[in-house]
Design a protein around this ligand. Structure first.
Ligand SMILES: [Fe+2]
Length: 379
């Protein structure tokens, strides 16, 4: 993340002893990034986190490319991508390249086991459902339109409430960060940013769990998922401090730009990583120049886009609750009948847009959820 936070009990100085009340000391754990040059946090734990009872194979999750023989635009119904299980079992990868993978997850139960992506950052977007995100850094309560950024190496799990859940899940090779152009030289959000520090929710750290026994963590590196069995509960943190931690941002707290004429969609960026830009499309005023066209021109020549139209404020929105993949092979723009609104009226769409620099490959999971007639949707 971008700024320093402290939770719980920590010593006055890093790399110094934090004594336990009844003798001994807490174990300091360095959660680092970019080698030791990126954001980092120090966690203080009751038990040594490196104590491993057993290492066991769990599964492999290969990304299976859909070799259709053409590159075209797609519309995909996420409701047809349903899978059950916890946040690991229920994720269905839809598209990927070397920089990222894009999945839809619909966890329908809590899991005793914890999860750690040891190779990639993860960005969740809650389309539907509420619950609790539990991690070594503390707890975040989530609900619709929440983004949750999880740095690689964090140990966490989702405890969904008893209601249907749907999430977008992005796994990225590069670090996910708020856009650099919206932050100043010390990382603070500038006033021209679409959100700021006070919109970000940082986990609250409750009492540590000091339990001995057998505790499983599913650790994902590339396509290999390994079960690590520890002899103490992984959420035994009494305090942490630093600038690397999971956090949440709700899309309703994003303040969109609007202009006299249309603005490029990258103005709506809320996160970036190497090879991709994540934008929050939120209701905003249409351009109010008397001759303005409310939509941006047909585009795209040098990136692929995945757009998930999440909700609308009552208006008829084409492709609502669908996911479109617009590739560089063909242009796209406003559909017929959707190309004009009165200047100054409000766009009522909520959507998550991801612009992806390197070509995307769809997976075979997308085949049953895909509408092959979509490339002609602009006729
Ligand atoms: Fe687009």
């Amino acid at each position: 993340m971008t700024y320093y936070q402290e939770r719980g009990t920590i010593p006055a100085k890093h790399f110094t002893v934090l004594p336990k009340p009844n003798g001994g000391r807490y174990y300091e754990e360095l959660h680092n990034s970019l080698g030791f040059n990126g954001p980092l946090s120090l966690l203080y734990r009751i038990n040594q986190p490196s104590r491993v009872l057993r290492v066991e194979p769990l599964t492999t999750l290969p990304l299976e490319p859909w070799n259709e023989g053409v590159v075209r635009n797609h519309i995909i119904d996420p409701a047809l991508l349903k899978a059950s299980g916890d946040i690991l079992d229920s994720r269905v990868p839809v598209a990927f390249n070397a920089d990222l993978s894009y999945s839809v997850a619909s966890p329908d139960r809590s899991s005793d086991r914890f999860y750690r992506n040891a190779e990639r950052d993860e960005l969740l977007f809650i389309v539907q459902g509420t619950g609790t995100f539990e991690s070594t850094f503390g707890v975040l309560h989530y609900g619709p339109m929440d983004f949750i950024c999880v740095p690689r190496g964090a140990t966490w799990r989702i405890l969904p409430n008893a209601e249907p859940q749907r999430m977008i899940l992005l796994e990225t090779r590069g670090q996910i960060q708020p856009p650099a152009r919206y932050r100043n030289n010390v990382g603070q959000f500038m006033s021209r940013a679409t959100y700021s520090e006070r919109d970000i929710r940082v986990p609250e750290l409750g009492d540590p769990t000091d339990e001995k026994g057998e505790f499983e963590i599913a650790v994902k590196v590339n396509e290999i998922v390994t079960t690590y069995v520890l002899d103490s509960h992984p959420l035994d943190v009494v305090g942490w401090a630093g600038a690397l931690y999971p956090y949440a941002l709700n899309m309703r707290d994003v303040e969109p730009f609007s202009g006299r004429v249309s603005l490029d969609p990258d103005m709506d960026a809320v996160f970036e990583c190497e090879g991709a830009l994540v934008s929050a499309i939120t209701p905003a005023r249409f351009p109010d120049h008397p001759d303005a066209i409310p939509n941006i021109p047909d585009h795209n020549t040098d990136c692929d886009e995945i757009l998930y139209r999440v909700a609308s404020e009552g208006a008829q929105v084409h492709g609502l609750e669908k996911l479109t993949v617009h590739t560089r092979a063909a242009g796209h723009g406003a559909k017929p009948g959707h190309d004009r609104a009165e200047p100054g009226l409000m766009n009522e769409l909520w959507a998550v847009l991801i612009d992806i620099i390197n070509p995307l490959q769809l997976t075979t999971n997308a085949i049953p959820a895909d509408d092959p007639a979509y490339p002609s949707a602009w006729l």
